[in-house]
Write a protein that binds this ligand. Structure first.
Ligand code: 1GP
Length: 243
């Protein structure tokens, strides 16, 4: 059976091991009520900075998973591991090459019961991940939907991650992608800078990822938790105010 440690996650904070985060900020993030912390980054991730961040997060009860894209950073002790494959890369090593090498060398060490394949659809051409992986991020809507359906229907990948890292994405497209999925769990990340955008993304995505704003505007980041997990609370407040 496939691992499903992430199945009930609606809201996730993503922390980058390569970025400084002070104890007070980490405390607020871990006690925010979010469903989980996802550790990952596109550059500068090392074994040492990953261990360091994980051990600090581990002081809290919040579940914690790792996006593992470099086998030399395979830190044990997370609740689960996502291994990304970039669907729309032009360089096959980011789709399958690095993965095959890693499994050849380290497959016997991997905790398969907590590893999930993650199909990445990279849609912001200006993002670090797009540049790093040579992703063809300027896709027409029907092309993006087709990539998503290859992952979902043909390959039956358990997770599809629509990644706009650094920019808020096309929510109409996200909705169409969601409608076209048969089984994959849909994760959305990119440009969520407060509760309104978080709520919009949560209308289509199964899991909403909030990253950069943690480092830029902690209060706005914290407000996304309630917007995703308790949207009804906001509506109720509105109803009470108008009575
Ligand atoms: C990055 O999808 C995440 O991998 C979150 O994006 O940093 O733009 O919030 P932001």
């Amino acid at each position: 059976m496939l691992p499903s440690f992430y199945g009930s996650w609606r809201h996730v904070f993503k922390l980058d091991p390569d970025r400084e985060i002070d104890d007070a900020t980490l405390d607020a993030v871990c006690l925010s009520g979010t469903d989980a912390i996802l550790v990952g980054g596109s550059s500068g991730v090392t074994f040492d900075n990953t261990v360091d961040l994980m051990s600090r997060i581990r002081r809290y009860e919040v579940p914690c998973a790792f996006e593992l894209s470099d086998p030399s950073c395979g830190v044990p002790g997370f609740d689960g591991y996502f291994i990304p494959s970039v669907l729309n890369t032009k360089r096959s090593e980011w789709l399958i090459g690095h993965h095959a090498e890693a499994i050849r060398d380290f497959g016997h060490l991997l905790p398969w019961e907590s590893i999930v394949g993650e199909a990445y659809l990279v849609l912001n051409p200006d993002s670090t991940v797009a540049r790093l992986t040579g992703a063809d991020a300027n896709l027409a809507a029907d092309e993006a939907i087709a990539y998503a359906q290859v992952a979902d229907r043909l390959w039956r990948m358990p997770v599809l991650y629509v990644e706009y890292s650094g920019a808020f994405g096309d929510m109409a497209l996200l909705k169409r992608i969601k409608q076209g999925l048969k089984q994959a769990h849909l994760i959305y990340g990119g440009g969520i800078d407060g509760p309104d955008k978080a709520a919009q993304a949560a209308e289509s995505a199964d899991t909403v990822v909030v990253g950069n704003v943690i480092y830029d505007n902690l209060d706005a980041a914290l407000a996304t938790v309630e917007a995703v997990l308790r949207p009804a609370a906001k509506e109720q407040a509105h109803v009470f105010r108008t009575r």
